[in-house]
Design a binder for this molecule. Sequence first.
Ligand code: ADP
Ligand code: MG
Length: 228
Amino acid sequence: MNNLISLKNISKSFSNNKKINVLKRINYSFTKGKIYSLVGPSGSGKSTLLNVLSLIDKPTTGSLLINKTPVNFNENTKNDKIRSSKIGIIYQQNNLLPDFTALENVYLAGLALTNDKKNSIERAKEIIQTMGLSSREAHFPSELSGGEMQRIAMARALINKPEIILADEPTGSLDHTTAKEVFNVLYKLKNKNRLIIYATHNRFFANMADCKLEMIDGNIKAINARIK
Ligand SMILES: Nc1ncnc2c1ncn2[C@@H]1O[C@H](COP(=O)(O)OP(=O)(O)O)[C@@H](O)[C@H]1O
Ligand SMILES: [Mg+2]
């Protein structure tokens, strides 16, 4: 069907002093064209799950398939390529490079896929325009508001037109009005070939999704599946 990412028996444990099992044999498939929200108390494993989905963290057991192809978590170089071509990641703190302008922050991410600097700059300008921030291209992160920085971070995540967008509490550090603007931009990115998953603590934003998922005891429970 339209499953873009499938998780099969995915577990993730951390063992420092004491072993903790954060994800416990999760079986779930994410459908393309849909937006999912991920809720759950602090420490319930939302970021851990998003880090596995973004191929940054290796699950302890289980398999993850993208477009039916299993990901080999030991192939870092290959997975870096998959990530830069297919996955856009947005964090709570926007992580922009402070010594680079808004435009540079965005187009440099485009160079991960192609060495064509001119083309990357053109694409960066286009996407910054869709974020309504053309007049801010030459500004440094310190000269932007929180909402503007987050929109530039989104532009950076989107420059390679990812099929998958993962956002970990993308508006966690913004006021409600600014957060709404950021979510409006995120929702405009929905299309039939794309999967969007975001973690949030905010019930209002969580309820906007096609499917609201809750992390409960290391597993995913679908709460309001509007997906047939
Ligand atoms: N790298 C790590 N090493 C050890 N424990 C970790 C690590 N990352 C996360 N954890 C633990 O895993 C649990 C889930 O964390 P996290 O996924 O960040 O939850 P959430 O994003 O829902 O707040 C927490 O108990 C956290 O302390
Ligand atoms: Mg988290």
